[in-house]
Design a protein around this ligand. Structure first.
Ligand code: PLP
Length: 444
């Protein structure tokens, strides 16, 4: 059968009634872990800030710092295995190339999604075998393809004809995944405007790959980072099925489907995973290997950052009789809060230490204190775009020398920080582990 005789699966309806009920049996482990996490992170934060005296310390001693709970990464892995038992995760290194996280994941048997020579090296240097790496960048640098060939990193994605010619020239033995376009309109960071072959171009690409005698082993997609609609996965799986059938008609024997990233770590994960599992089972027989490239799912909740209040501006409005404050922190949008600009996040400021009192986990801004003082929060650079929060409320009067903290700072934060204005882009990470079972997997 010629591939042109095939038509994409048009019926994107999905019978939700066939879904197994969503599995929440890990909930107790996760809840217990969450309270232990709080305790450990709280004491690590306190110990660090109590050790800094802003009136006498050396330059930089009051720099922002992270506390990372490797136990949280471990729990996310348990949660993955429970909910997506068919799918082998390949952690997307770009999301947070933290060495301790990478080595924990490597020891847990997770594979790696790398997009550059440096990322490939990070995985290889901690002892990951090349077969566990996918070079998941459809538009690759030529010298990096040669490097991948040297290091035997065979799995890689493509989505256009020029890339096929490049691979033919530099690494004809590569195991290629055809990355297809998805509907990513419901995601936080859209990727399909940049990457992915549309379904009306896949037949042509496969024919070319055949002529070049290249080895196309599977299909890859990414529904967009921070995906929110499980239907995006269903449609992408159906489209991938269509391309598998096209490839089979041309004599390719595809054996792997790569369902990409886009998984969130909130309660929606179980729903997403259940829908994805059901559609995989419906469209792909057991002998097809399924891999994924989760990034933020693994690390987002594991990292908390503490920042120091370096300056304050008091704004008294005489006509209204109100006072509000502008707070300036030693980290901002050009630093670890780059996630505000690149990843559309709104990190929530919380009080860590104020007027000598430890206020970790005591209260949230705004919610329980509607009648407190109003603040806007800014980063340390000279640029007006360097804003962390336009408006928030605290019961306390916050002053220079106090500390704030922000949770869920593990994904797309320190990896995209810059050195703009001479502020440092490297910060201390202190590690804790709230999960005893994870200890054997944690390297030094
Ligand atoms: C960024 C990226 C990922 C990770 O995405 P998350 O939304 O963080 O899971 C995976 N695969 C590719 C190709 C990516 O570009």
């Amino acid at each position: 059968m010629a591939p042109s005789a095939l038509t994409p699966i048009e019926d994107y309806q999905f019978n939700y009634e066939n879904l197994k009920s969503i599995d929440h049996s890990l909930k107790t482990t996760i809840d217990n872990g969450a309270s232990k996490t709080k305790q450990l992170i709280g004491s690590a934060l306190k110990a660090h800030v109590d050790n800094v005296d802003p009136d006498t310390c050396d330059a930089g001693e009051e720099d922002p710092f992270f506390v990372a709970d490797l136990g949280e990464v471990y729990r996310q892995h348990l949660r993955w295995k429970k909910n997506l038992p068919r799918v082998t995760p390949h952690y997307a290194v770009k999301c947070n190339p933290d060495k301790r996280v990478l080595s924990l994941l490597a020891n847990l048997g997770v594979g790696f999604d790398c997009a550059s020579k440096a990322e490939i090296d990070m995985a290889l240097n901690i002892g990951v075998q090349p077969e566990r790496i996918i070079y998941a960048q459809p538009c690759k640098t030529k010298s990096y393809v040669r490097y991948a060939a040297q290091r035997n990193v065979k799995q890689m994605t493509f989505d256009n004809a020029d890339e096929l010619h490049k691979v033919k020239q530099l690494f004809p033995d590569a195991e290629l995944f055809l990355r297809i376009l998805t509907d990513d309109s419901g995601s936080l960071c859209r990727l399909s405007q940049k990457f992915g072959a549309s379904l009306d171009s896949t037949a042509e690409l496969l024919v070319l790959a055949k002529q070049l005698e290249l080895n196309v082993v599977g299909v890859a997609f990414h529904v967009g980072s921070g995906a929110s609609d499980p239907k995006a996965f269903i449609k992408a799986v159906q489209d991938a099925r269509f391309v598998f059938d096209q490839a089979a008609a041309l004599g390719f024997q595809m054996h792997t489907l790569d369902v990409g990233g886009g998984f969130n770590c909130d309660d929606d994960f179980e729903t997403m995973a259940t829908v994805l599992s059901a559609s995989l089972d419906e469209y792909f027989p057991d002998e097809i290997r399924i891999i994924a490239e989760p990034g933020r799912y693994y690390v987002s909740t594991a990292f908390t950052i503490a920042c120091h209040v370096i300056a304050r501006r008091t704004i008294a409005d005489a006509s209204l009789g109100t006072t509000s404050y502008m707070l300036y922190l030693n980290d901002g949008a050009y630093g670890n809060f780059s996630s505000i600009i690149f990843d559309h996040q709104n990190p929530e400021p919380r009080l860590l230490k104020c007027g000598g009192k430890n206020l970790f986990d005591v209260r949230r801004p705004g919610y329980e204190t509607p009648s407190g003082y109003e603040y806007s929060i800014w980063g340390p650079t000279c640029d007006g775009i360097d804003n962390i929060s336009k408006c928030c409320t605290f019961a306390e009067v916050i002053n220079v020398g106090d500390w704030l903290y922000f949770e869920n700072m593990g994904a797309y934060t320190k990896c995209s920080a810059t050195r703009f204005n001479g502020f440092t882009d490297t910060h201390d990470v202190e590690y804790v582990c709230s999960e005893e079972d994870a200890l054997p997997f944690i390297g030094a």
